[in-house]
Design a protein around this ligand. Structure first.
Ligand code: NAD
Length: 331
């Protein structure tokens, strides 16, 4: 607020929680720039309500809440806040991996309910991580930060990229990825240098291989037309019955009804979720399942990170309004 006030006049939405639609539409009427949150739906109606808008600075790395095509058409710059939230989100992903696989939340509830009456050899058994395969879907900033942490847990890492997702049903693409794997096994193929991490040689696989081989499947792609319901009932049928699904990306990437079915019928071992398909609504049945750990979208919620995100959004807005190229322009 202080930095912004030095630079321009500011008007702050005062609604508690998510800013109401009417407040948003009337608030943008005479402004040059907008700092928005990922819960604000910035569509063409909002952009038309603010004819003077020159920049939309979203506080978050994901910007699926902004209609990018409309912004481009109207010549409005859109910015996001990458990097500063990578470690916080990767840490929380590991929090979910451990909580789900070691039943930490369930065990905490057990103790609070007064049910702990002594150590037992068979009590609350979970899945060990050492030697298991971590499958990362979307190997960008957060995906790689999750991979780096796998070294400490002694896990191997397999991952797939944007192309492996876009061409998941293309046999030619998949056989190319598999022939690269074979070459690597034979010691003659190029290991993607940028994928290499100290103490770890992550292996690129096809999406179907990842679903079949991983003990932990963790999602780190943005929400886009090609990633909506990327994980559906067919994916759960491919996964190991002992595997866990972790989602700290966006809820709509997973078919939540199919996930409930998979958890209820033990098609997978469990899930750790930070995001939901119809957030903040959650499929009621999910709340009754103790093989799911449920968090309220707190991936980047550390004091340090939220301050850094806010400052970055402010700098992006100020740069755009001053006629400089904002550092995190996405369109
Ligand atoms: P990134 O752009 O660095 O990485 C995304 C990866 O997905 C890249 O490898 C990219 O090639 C791939 N990708 C991009 N578009 C794709 C598409 N259409 N189909 C398939 N793959 C695609 O992003 P990041 O900084 O790692 O963040 C990833 C996502 O995590 C964000 O988009 C955001 O939605 C989510 N996120 C959630 C929280 C939270 O609070 N839970 C916090 C931060 C980020």
């Amino acid at each position: 607020m202080k930095r912004l006030a030095e630079f321009c006049e500011i008007e702050v939405g005062t609604d508690k929680g998510i800013l109401g639609r009417q407040a948003l539409l009337s608030g943008v009427r005479e402004v040059d720039g907008l700092i928005s949150l990922i819960t604000d739906n910035i569509d063409s109606e909002v952009m038309e309500a603010g004819p003077g808008l020159r920049v939309i600075a979203n506080v978050g790395v994901g910007y699926n809440n902004v209609d990018i095509a409309s912004a481009q058409q109207k010549g409005i710059l859109v910015t996001n806040t990458p990097d500063v939230l990578t470690d916080a989100t990767a840490d929380l992903t590991w929090g979910l991996i451990l909580s789900a696989s070691r039943r930490i939340v369930e065990a905490d509830a057990f103790v609070r309910a007064g049910k702990f009456d002594g150590w037992d050899l068979n009590m609350m058994l979970g899945m060990g991580l050492t030697g298991k395969a971590l499958g990362i879907i979307g190997y960008g900033r957060i995906g790689r930060a999750v991979a780096r942490r796998a070294v400490g847990f002694g896990m191997s890492v397999i991952y797939c990229t944007r192309d492996d997702i876009a061409f998941r049903d293309d046999p030619q693409h998949n056989s190319l990825v598999m022939s690269r794997q074979a070459a690597m096994r034979a010691g003659s193929g190029p290991l993607n240098q940028s994928a290499r991490i100290d103490g770890l040689s992550p292996k690129r696989v096809t999406l179907d291989q990842l679903l079949e081989w991983a003990d932990i499947v963790t999602l780190h792609v943005p929400l886009a037309a090609t990633t909506q319901h990327l994980i559906d009932s067919a994916s759960f049928n491919r996964m190991k019955p002992t595997a866990y699904l972790i989602n700290t990306s966006r809820g709509q990437i997973v078919d939540e009804a199919a996930l409930v079915d998979a958890l209820k019928n033990h098609k997978i071992g469990g899930a750790g979720l930070d995001v939901y398909e119809k957030e903040p609504q959650i499929t009621p049945e999910l709340l009754t399942l103790n093989n799911a750990v449920l968090l309220p979208h707190i991936g980047s919620a550390t004091r340090e990170t939220r301050i850094a995100m806010a400052l970055l959004a402010v700098e992006n807005a100020c740069d755009a309004l001053a006629g400089r190229a904002p550092r995190n322009q996405v369109s």
